[in-house]
Each structure stands twice: as structure tokens, then as C-alpha cells.
Design a protein around this ligand. Structure first.
Ligand code: SF4
Length: 363
């Protein structure tokens, strides 16, 4: 059974809560470029860019995207490699690939317009319930509640939901509450207001309850449980991976290769990689054996990169000459250092380029 503090039948309370929140939003919302003139295309771009990314980190990407791809047709007609290149550094590259695929479908099957229908919206690549609800409510004023991390936090405190928010069953409860609270007259503004409240007032640490427009109704505030809610269990441990990254240099060109079609960082570019273990990564003697016949110019210190489910530790080794065997099966290229920027190289290996170039300045 759903435990509701504010129930659908409490119409007077619900009206007052919505009014308070919408008034607060009108007076306190941040001026963000996608809010200036609402259009489904910029709403979509901003929502996809800001998944797993802060507004500060996402803003330069948003501006660059709108400048380069001002509408869905320019995005649909672009090459995937160019989109990945623009996305470089944001991580979660599947988002960029899906953005491109969805743009093509919208251009070809929906006359260049985002479908004003939840079922059709959910059929587009990369459009899940969150993005569909955000675009449909913010751009078409459709009554779908948006539930992101900020809204989850606000609702679990407001309604004192103690269950683990990592569980799908708890998420379902929160979605039901969100739908109950949603203003059916101004769903877009209400959704934005809830997300903004989570970002500015109902923050993960030290929420500013005395100035919160929902404090009158908030159970966690009343019960002094704001520090304990929401409850989120520890994530499963990340897999550890260790790589030697081999930078082959031959007449001022460096060998890079394209990753496979599917899987993590699909079709991104990188230097050849050898999987190893923690002990071998500390020990450069093992390299001499594997790279016998090549001159090792330099070896980097330890670098780290964290993916959603992997903790990667890696070191780079700069080697003169070509590999005896093709490392990996994908496309490979020898490129000059000035050409690195022409390829979507993933972030962990961008650090290697910095190491390579910075250290060469003094040479
Ligand atoms: S009163 Fe405090 S805990 Fe409750 S919603 Fe507002 S900021 Fe969050």
C-alpha cells in the first residue's frame, strides 16, 4: 500500500502546496538558456546533456551543441563521429549516439517534430520515462510528473519515505507521489519547480528548510529527519581494471585505434591497451619483456578514471616503432599530435595526450 501523507483527496492542501511552489519558482528560478524560449529541441538537448552532469559542467556543451546543431535536421544529418567529438569529455557516450539516432527518426518519421504522444516518445532511442515526461510536460504542457534525483530527494523528505531509493519498488512509490502532487494546470512549470527546489533548497546536505515553500507540509522537517532521508543503500562494488596503454610513436605519428561497434565507449578512439593486474602495473620489468625489440622512451605515473561500474587504473608507455601485431581488430590510424583533436578520444586517454604533449614541450 502506498503510504501517503498528502493524498489525492486533499485538494485544498494540494492547491496551496502547488501555489506556494510555483510562486517560489517564479521568484527564484535560475536564468538558464533553455528556459528563455521553450522549444522541445532545446529542452531535449538540455535534459540529455544534464543527465549525470551538473549545470555548470553541462552549459558549455549545451552552447556548443546548439551552435553547431541549431535544429533537429542539422543533428540528424551530422556524422556520428562529429557528434561524439562534440560530446567528448561528458562521458556516457551512449547518450550521444542515441541522441543522433533519435534525431534521425524524428526528422524522418515525425516530420521534424518531437511526438506529442508518450507511447511514440518512448519508442525513440534513448528516451526513457524521465526524458519523455520532461519534454512532454515542459514543451507541450502534458500532465506527466518528472522524477529525477532532485525530485526523488524532495518527495522522500516531504512524505517521509524511509525505504531504500535504490529499489525499483521505492521509485514506483515516489513516482505515484510525484503524479499526485503535479499541477495538472501547469505541469511543465511545476516539474521544473520541483527540480529547481531540489537543486537550490532541498539539497543533499543541509537543506534550507526555513525558506522552503513546502516546509508547511514536510514530514521530514517536522520530524527532524532531513539528515536521514532519503535512504540510499551502498552501491555494489565497482569492478577494478588495470591497463598498460601503449603509445607507439613512429616518425612523429602516434597509433590510435577505434573501439568496437558495441559495448563501453563504442566507436570512440584510443591508444592500444593491454589488460594487466595491479602487481604488473607497478612493475616496469614486465614491459621490457612484452615490448622487447622496441625502445621505451617514457613511462607515466599511475592515472585513474572512474566509470559507472569500473574503477580503472592505468599507466602509459611511450614506445618507438610499430607493433608487430595489429592491436585490436578495429580501424587503426597513425596521426600527428595536431590531429588528436579530430578524433573523439575518450577521457581516460585524453589524459594520456596531456601527459604526452606537456612532457614534450620541454624537449
Ligand atoms: S522542508 Fe526541508 S526537507 Fe522538506 S522539502 Fe523543504 S527543504 Fe526539503
Amino acid at each position: 500500500m502506498v503510504r501517503k501523507y498528502i493524498t489525492p483527496g486533499m485538494t485544498t492542501q494540494l492547491s496551496a502546496l502547488r501555489r506556494n511552489l510555483l510562486n517560489w519558482f517564479r521568484q527564484n528560478k535560475r536564468e538558464l538558456p533553455w528556459r528563455q524560449k521553450r522549444h522541445w529541441y532545446t529542452t531535449w538537448l538540455s535534459e540529455v546533456i544534464l543527465q549525470q552532469t551538473t549545470v555548470e559542467q553541462g552549459l558549455p556543451y549545451y552552447h556548443a551543441f546548439v551552435e553547431r546543431f541549431p535544429n533537429v535536421h542539422t543533428l540528424a544529418e551530422a556524422e556520428e563521429q562529429e557528434i561524439l567529438h562534440q560530446w567528448q569529455g561528458l562521458g556516457y557516450y551512449a547518450r550521444a549516439r542515441n541522441l543522433h539516432k533519435a534525431a534521425r527518426q524524428i526528422a524522418r518519421q515525425h516530420h521534424g517534430r518531437f511526438p506529442n504522444d508518450k507511447k511514440l516518445a518512448l519508442a525513440l532511442p534513448g528516451i526513457g520515462p524521465y526524458t519523455a515526461a520532461a519534454i512532454l510536460s515542459l514543451s507541450y504542457n502534458r500532465p506527466y510528473a518528472v522524477v529525477d534525483g532532485n525530485v526523488t530527494r524532495v518527495i522522500s523528505r516531504l512524505q517521509a519515505i524511509a525505504e531504500d531509493i535504490r529499489l525499483r519498488s521505492t521509485q514506483k512509490i515516489i513516482e505515484q507521489h510525484a503524479q499526485t502532487l503535479l499541477s495538472k494546470k501547469y505541469p511543465g512549470a511545476f516539474n521544473e519547480a520541483m527540480m529547481e527546489l531540489g537543486a537550490l533548497v532541498c539539497t543533499p546536505v543541509a537543506p534550507r528548510c526555513p525558506v522552503c515553500p513546502l516546509s508547511r507540509w514536510c514530514l521530514a522537517y517536522r520530524q527532524q529527519k532531513t539528515d536521514a532521508l532519503p535512504f540510499k543503500s551502498a552501491p555494489p562494488p565497482k569492478k577494478r581494471q588495470y591497463h598498460w596503454v601503449v603509445v607507439y610513436e613512429n616518425t612523429h605519428r602516434y597509433l590510435i585505434r577505434q573501439r568496437p561497434e558495441k559495448g563501453l565507449l563504442a566507436r570512440m578512439w584510443e591508444f592500444p591497451v593491454w589488460e594487466t593486474d595491479a602487481r604488473q602495473l607497478k612493475n616496469t620489468d614486465s614491459l621490457s619483456v612484452r615490448l622487447s625489440g622496441h625502445r621505451i622512451s617514457r613511462v607515466s605515473g599511475l592515472m585513474r578514471h572512474v566509470y559507472s561500474h569500473i574503477n580503472l587504473q592505468y599507466r602509459a608507455v611511450l614506445v618507438e616503432g610499430s607493433p608487430e601485431e595489429t592491436p585490436g581488430t578495429g580501424t587503426r590510424k597513425w596521426v600527428k599530435k595536431e590531429e588528436f583533436n579530430n578524433y573523439p578520444i575518450h577521457k581516460a586517454h585524453r589524459h594520456i595526450i596531456n601527459w604526452l604533449l606537456n612532457d614534450q614541450k620541454g624537449r
